[in-house]
Design a protein around this ligand. Structure first.
Ligand code: CUK
Ligand code: CUA
Length: 668
């Protein structure tokens, strides 16, 4: 034990030596050689007192972020059932921001006066939805690489898609899928973000209609929707979007081809058994067993460029007002092919060169790697048998490049810059590192398609994410394991425990991964995250001009400005034009009559970075956030007479408590 500790001190001294040689982080300490010894002694005492091993100390030094220093990478994580997106710095694993998406978020005023119309657009036929099951965030791409402009995320529970603009990290659009009520294989983008992919999950009658479960094979459908993204408007253009009808297998995840395979998308599936579940009096097999009977399901191989041509030529049919290309057309026009994939597949990931597609089988210890070139040759040779719906099922052996035994319960795969792939192993639980073949395989010394290392994780890993790990140029460097269970890792918060994001150092090759840090996540269940190099993000410091409307990303005509604050009455319609600046609102008295319809327009006329004001009124569920330059409009009916003190809900200045006023609602 003592020996370990002494080595620990030495390792630490070496680490600090390296840090001291750099820029000198924040001016404290001076970074001279003399201070290295001093730091080493002091820190080895702390390490001894806290019973830290050399690896612990090394991990701490690799992740510690001195005050004022920024993280190298920014992770956009699904917020799970919170329906939000979490923004987390890597390697510090500090939570930087929660972006309100499908769910109200009071601090940003999301749903309390800000973004109400966007949230309402996500309701389905008047049914208010105030949660979402976010699964897969997708950063916008240019030429297959993250460009830092937009982030998209799906809501599995309700088949919805959201658009976040990374200029201000705010949600701009929520769109309902008109033909589906659940999704899963989204959001994924094509390499230039022309389309956002949203694949379905559980086979259902299209457009939320009714059909008896006994008619499953004929009346239930699968689908994948291609949402057209208009980058100049920063919105999904529903009028140029379309869907593909698929057999009622349960489509799971999708990934877009890139480089060699650009123009194609790939999706895995399960329940090719067409099980309908349910234990009935005359038998019946519950889903768990029913969907796991066959040895193979089908990898979906889709020529989306050809589908786009078909849509443009009018081959789609109208389903609830949305264009859907029928399955029969997809088959006859050569848009859709299948290839068998082993036992209960999960995860589909295209390699950085676009040449291979990696599939995991939850109940198969292998990853199966398909060659895009071989798929194309198999299609050209018509080496297929039709499935029961007539879809060509390509010959497995003609398409497979390699199979690697990686361990128990493989799920998802990501890549690095050294030609390694990383696959999450849910059941072990661990991360497996293996080598790619082709040109990328030459980036590491090991043989192609070989398992080279494993790192245990805690516990039950789902997705994993390397830095820019699903782009054409992954950085590697770190890997984050998104673990479902934490068991003994944290203080037990009752029977419901946090989930665990574990940071792993993957910078060195071979079998050399090091677990660095556990981040408890108190919002379940985030599935996936994408991580971008921080310097690719160019967010606004303050909004570009006073009177900026984040919805339109432009100055709002007629927004209140300094000097023209006023109250206008037209019948019982009252428009209040107010400004906010440290530390007052203008006007401070607002007198209206019971029953008046209020439109309250407020502009922050601040230009200083981080000078955010809030604006809250009791009784009407109003609390908004006004970032410098921002304008917002709140509407409500003053249906209750009384005196209401509105106030700024951000501690913005020494006289923040004085930043208040009275809404006086005079009785009729
Ligand atoms: S799924 Cu969750 S662990 Cu929704 Cu991407 Cu695989
Ligand atoms: Cu403005 Cu407090």
């Amino acid at each position: 034990m003592n020996t370990r500790r002494i080595i620990g001190a030495a390792a630490l001294a070496a680490c600090f030596g390296i840090a001291g040689c750099g820029q000198g982080n924040s001016g404290n300490g001076g970074g001279s050689a003399a201070s290295v010894t001093g730091v080493s002694d002091a820190v080895s005492k702390v390490a001894n007192d806290r019973d830290l091993t050399p690896d612990d100390v090394l991990a701490a030094v690799k992740t510690y972020m001195p005050t004022g220093r920024h993280d190298e990478y920014i992770m956009f994580s699904s917020g799970g059932h919170s329906g939000q997106v979490f923004v987390i710095g890597v390697p510090s694993m500090r939570l930087l921001r929660t972006i309100g998406v499908f769910t109200p978020e009071p601090w940003q005023g999301w749903g309390y006066g800000v973004g109400n119309e966007i949230l309402e657009a996500g309701n389905i036929e008047g049914h208010e939805l105030s949660w979402g099951d976010t699964h897969h965030p997708a950063l916008s791409e240019t030429a297959g690489d993250y460009d830092g402009q937009f982030c998209f995320i799906n809501d599995k529970a309700n088949a919805r898609m959201a658009v976040i603009d990374l200029k201000d990290f705010e949600t701009k659009q929520i769109i309902n899928n008109p033909i589906a009520l659940n999704d899963h294989g989204g959001a994924m983008v094509t390499p230039n973000t022309e389309y956002i992919i949203e694949g379905g999950q559980y086979g259902s009658p299209l457009a939320g209609t009714y059909a008896p479960i006994e008619d499953y094979n004929a009346s239930y459908k699968g689908m994948v929707t291609m949402w057209k993204f208009d980058r100049s408007k920063g919105r999904i253009d529903e009028s140029k979007s379309f869907a593909l009808e698929l057999p009622p297998y349960w489509q799971d995840l999708f990934d877009a081809g890139k480089l060699d395979s650009e123009g194609w998308i790939f999706g895995n599936s399960f329940n090719t058994e067409l099980a309908i579940g349910g234990k009935t009096a005359d038998g019946g097999t519950p889903f768990e067993a029913g969907v796991s009977q066959r040895d193979n399901d089908y990898l979906h191989i889709i020529d989306y460029r050809k589908a786009e041509e078909l849509y443009n030529s009018g081959a789609a049919e109208d389903v609830a007002g949305f264009p859907v290309i029928p399955l029969s057309t997809l088959i006859s026009e050569g848009v859709l092919y299948f290839v068998p994939e082993p036992k209960s597949p999960h995860g589909v990931d295209v390699t950085p060169d676009g040449k291979y597609v990696v599939i995991s089988g939850k109940l198969d210890p292998h990853v199966t790697i398909y060659s895009f070139e071989k798929m194309q040759a198999t299609i050209a040779a018509k080496n297929w048998e039709p499935d029961q719906f007539g879809v060509p099922v390509l010959d497995f052996d003609s398409c497979v490049e390699a199979q690697i035994e990686v361990g128990l319960g493989p799920l998802h795969t990501q890549f690095d810059d050294k030609g390694y792939a990383y696959t999450s192993l849910f059941l072990e639980p661990a991360v497996a590192r293996w080598t790619l073949g082709g040109e990328w395989g030459k980036k590491n010394p090991e043989a192609d398609w070989t398992l080279v290392g494993k790192q245990n994780v805690h516990y039950n890993i789902g997705h994993l994410g390397t830095m820019e790990g699903d782009t054409v140029s992954p950085d590697g460097k770190y890997l984050v394991a998104f673990n479902k269970w934490s068991l003994d890792r944290f203080f037990p918060t009752g029977p419901l425990l946090p989930q665990n994001f574990q940071l792993i150092d993957i910078a060195e090759g071979g079998d050399s991964m090091q677990l660095l840090y556990d981040m408890p996540v108190g919002f379940g269940e985030p599935h996936y995250a994408q991580t971008i190099k921080a310097d690719k993000l160019k967010p606004y410091e303050v909004y570009p001009a006073i009177g900026w409307d984040p919805n339109t990303m432009a100055v709002k005509p007629g927004a209140p400005t300094q000097g023209n604050e006023r109250i206008e009455r037209n019948g019982n319609q009252v428009d209040i034009y107010m400004t906010a600046v440290r530390s007052h609102f203008t006007p401070e008295h607002v007198k209206v009559k019971e029953g008046d319809h209020i439109r309250w327009h407020i502009t922050s006329i601040e230009r200083a970075k981080d000078a955010t004001h809030g604006f809250s009124i009791p009784m009407w569920n109003i609390n908004i956030s006004l970032e410098p330059g921002e304008t917002q409009t709140i509407e409500f009916v003053a249906d209750r007479p009384g005196v209401y003190s509105f106030y700024c809900s951000e501690f913005c200045s020494a006289l923040h408590l004085e930043m208040t006023g009275y809404l006086l609602v005079e009785p009729n």
